[in-house]
Design a protein around this ligand. Structure first.
Ligand SMILES: NC(=O)c1ccc[n+]([C@@H]2O[C@H](COP(=O)([O-])OP(=O)(O)OC[C@H]3O[C@@H](n4cnc5c(N)ncnc54)[C@H](OP(=O)(O)O)[C@@H]3O)[C@@H](O)[C@H]2O)c1
Length: 304
């Protein structure tokens, strides 16, 4: 999780309550975020942003009078700037972030001086977003990027583990491995599964004794004990953003991320896609036909 700039400006519409726009609010993560925000802060006006009004209206009705649907395609910069005028905070959950070669929402937010956060989980996107640091600083808006579970919470967990390891041993940690295990089929939206499949078309960037290496996706199986109630599960190499950020920012020489799924047949499927599907375009289309699993227990392992 990267804090690009932390400074607050007064809410644009304080008299009627702050206005929060959730892009991708018609999806699973955006919809859950909007619901949680309205429960935590009933004074917020929550705008559900997306391309499909019919998909958004049930949530708008559920959230009540302070909510409305805003038709916006995040690829349309001028429309984005228009809808961000008068918005106090924009939450960007309209993935997939992989293969997106622009940061239209972040750029529009810095242009309109709107506070910004996203749940980006893509390596290239997150580093591109970081390159707007000076721009965000100049416009004086707080922009919190990659604030989801992975790499947001996982980076914070890694930083804490490294801090603890340094304190206990007095030495410098050498190796960090992220192990993720996903179970079930409900909860997350179709884009999340699409993302997992897109990742199978990407080389895995990892670090070995300080050198960047490229590895094959869904290779390097390990059997990891996730503890009581879950037990031992197989996990495989995936290209996840926390590998680069922990290597660069925490200074760990060796970092990898491995990911596994239940039921086990999903792992065979993922391995098969990684081995035999030649084109990422084909992989991305499968997005529409399969349902994803839930991001569940995450463990980290640090060797000092
Ligand atoms: N960082 C993390 O820990 C974390 C965890 C879970 C998920 N994610 C990421 O969060 C994203 C959302 O996941 P999800 O499970 O909520 O997926 P989802 O249910 O498919 O929701 C994505 C939403 O984005 C909207 N959208 C897509 N393209 C858009 C565009 N050009 N303009 C406006 N709206 C657009 C879609 O609406 P329409 O297509 O109907 O317009 C859809 O409602 C994914 O990229 C996923 O990888 C990150």
């Amino acid at each position: 999780m990267e804090m690009v700039r932390a400074c607050m400006r007064p809410a644009a519409s304080a008299s009627s309550g702050p206005r929060v726009l959730v892009l991708g609010g018609t999806g699973r993560v955006g919809g859950s975020t909007a619901t949680a925000l309205s429960q935590l802060r009933p004074d917020l006006n929550i705008l559900i942003g997306g391309r499909n009004r019919e998909k958004g209206m049930p949530l708008v009705s559920k959230l009540g009078q302070r909510s409305e649907f805003i038709h916006v395609d995040i690829r349309n910069s001028s429309r984005l700037k228009e809808v961000l005028e008068g918005v106090d905070l924009v939450v960007h959950a309209a993935g997939p972030f992989q293969r997106d070669d622009k940061c239209t929402v972040l750029q529009a937010a810095t242009f309109t001086k709107t506070r910004y956060t996203d749940i980006c989980d893509g390596v290239d996107y997150s580093w591109r977003a970081k390159s707007f640091h000076e721009q965000a600083k100049a416009s004086g808006v707080p922009a919190l990027i990659t604030a989801g579970i992975s790499p947001g919470v996982s980076n914070v967990m890694a930083a804490e583990l490294v801090r603890t390891a340094k304190g206990e041993s007095g030495g410098e940690p050498e190796t960090l491995r992220f192990f993720y295990y996903i179970a079930g089929t409900g909860g997350a939206g179709p884009t999340t599964l699409g993302t997992s499949l897109l990742l199978l078309g990407e080389d895995v960037i990892a670090y070995d004794k300080g050198s960047e290496i490229k590895l094959k996706p869904y290779s390097g199986a390990r059997n990891i004990d996730f503890g009581k109630g879950i037990g031992k599960k197989y996990v495989y190499l995936m290209n996840l953003p926390e590998v680069k950020s922990t290597h660069k920012n925490l200074g760990l020489p060796t970092v990898h991320a491995l990911f596994g799924s239940d039921p086990f047949i999903w792992n065979w499927g993922m391995e098969t896609f990684a081995n035999f599907l030649p084109s990422v375009r084909v992989v991305s289309q499968i997005n529409y036909y399969l349902r994803p699993g839930l991001l569940a227990p995450l463990t980290l392992w640090v060797k000092v």
